[in-house]
Design a protein around this ligand. Structure first.
Ligand code: SF4
Length: 381
């Protein structure tokens, strides 16, 4: 095992221009000022998302996934604030943008789909009006052209008889159909980056599967970069190209999805996999609680819950990242698999033993998407 490169991306430093990501997050730190003190919700997070690629942020509730998304899209408002790091979208650091600039970038290039479609749709306007409004904000087109495009988008996201349903209101649609409409509103801006925060969590299993399938189709069609938040490793297996495992506001493991799910290196990733249906912790979840962001443990954030913790895990800072596995060219640029754990420093022989521990069952690729895997029944963040 070698120590991961210093660029914090999991990508080699000599990446070519064609490998340049749509979104590049480096050492992001987001804090909240509260009456009880300052909470660090996101602490030194780095990852890239390339065109046509889906990167999943995964972890239990309270691990910083949603705050990371909100920081990326500029939705992190007081008392939350970004105190360090960069969020580059097509090379522009959004952290340095004014509110006005940010609104422009957010509207033109970045769209957000939330867990709850009801929150994203205005009940007093028809779905057609909401989609055409989004189109008019971003394109100088006639009312007729906007309507045609809106109907086309409704059709594309799988709304039957879209011309007839154009004038209906959100309450006339089921939950799954509302989420499809919310996706159509997001796509109306032709975003280069779609940020989807638990978009299927509130839906039943069969609807989840069809919405996930829709995400895959639309992404392939439009070559969008997608940042997808989920607590469900079954969903990760369905949609991700790469996965970023977060715990206590930090990245624990990061790499190509096939490799991370079939050969998880970090004890926390392995613990999450053990929470999948039919596995050892499916009903009990991971023993212990996620750390208090106001008072995180010293050393490795996971050490109070980790069965492999040694003295070195309990002091100092979070262990550095070490590369595990091979650097792979996966069609979205070079990708490495790295892990923040003391046992991968190249000298500790426990790494091999640790990777033979629980989690030796098959990866979740064959499961029905969204049928659990919630790390102790967590539902969203
Ligand atoms: S660094 Fe220590 S506590 Fe953290 S995951 Fe590795 S073994 Fe467990």
């Amino acid at each position: 095992m070698t120590r991961a490169n210093g660029n914090g991306t999991g990508a080699p430093t000599a990446a070519s221009a064609s490998d340049r990501p749509v979104l590049s997050v480096r050492d992001l730190r987001t804090e909240f000022d509260t009456d009880g003190g300052t909470l660090t919700a996101v602490d030194g997070v780095s990852f890239d998302v390339h065109a046509g690629e889906t990167v999943c942020l995964v972890g239990e509730s309270g691990c910083g996934k949603t705050v990371t998304c909100e920081s990326v899209t500029g939705l992190s408002t007081p008392p939350g604030r970004i105190t360090d790091g960069t969020v580059r979208f097509h090379g522009t650091d959004l952290v340095q943008c004014s509110d006005r600039e940010l609104r422009g970038v957010r509207g033109d290039g970045i769209a957000h789909v939330f867990q709850n479609p009801q929150g994203a749709l205005d009940p007093v306007y028809s779905v057609g009006a909401q989609i055409t409004e989004a189109i008019h904000i971003h394109r100088d087109v006639s009312e007729r052209a906007a309507r045609d495009r809106a109907v086309d988008l409704l059709d594309r996201v799988g709304i039957p008889d879209p011309s007839a349903r154009f004038d209906e209101y959100p309450h006339e649609f089921s939950g799954g159909m509302q989420q499809r409409v919310a996706i159509a509103v997001a796509l109306a801006a032709d975003p280069d980056l779609l940020v989807a925060d638990e978009p299927t969590t509130a839906l039943d299993v069969t609807i989840q599967a069809s919405v996930l399938s829709l995400f895959r189709e639309l992404q392939a069609e439009r070559e969008m970069a997608t940042l997808f938040v989920t607590h469900d490793l079954g969903v990760v297996a369905e949609v991700a190209d790469r996965v970023v495992v977060m715990y206590g506001g930090k990245v624990m493991e990061r790499g190509p999805v096939g490799e991370v799910l079939s050969d998880p290196a970090h004890p926390y990733t392995r613990a999450l996999l053990e929470c999948l249906p039919g596995r050892g912790a499916a009903t009990t979840g991971i023993p212990g609680d996620v750390p208090d962001p106001a008072d995180p443990p010293r050393g490795c954030r996971f050490h109070p819950r980790c069965p492999h913790a040694v003295d070195a895990c309990r002091t100092g800072a979070q262990p550095p990242r070490f590369e595990v596995g091979e650097t792979a060219a996966d069609g979205h640029g070079p990708s490495t698999h790295d892990v923040s754990c003391v046992h991968y420093d190249g000298e500790d022989t426990r790494a091999d033993e640790l990777r033979r521990d629980p989690g030796e069952t098959d990866p979740p690729g064959e499961r029905v998407a969204g049928d659990g895997g919630t790390a102790g029944g967590e539902r969203g963040e």
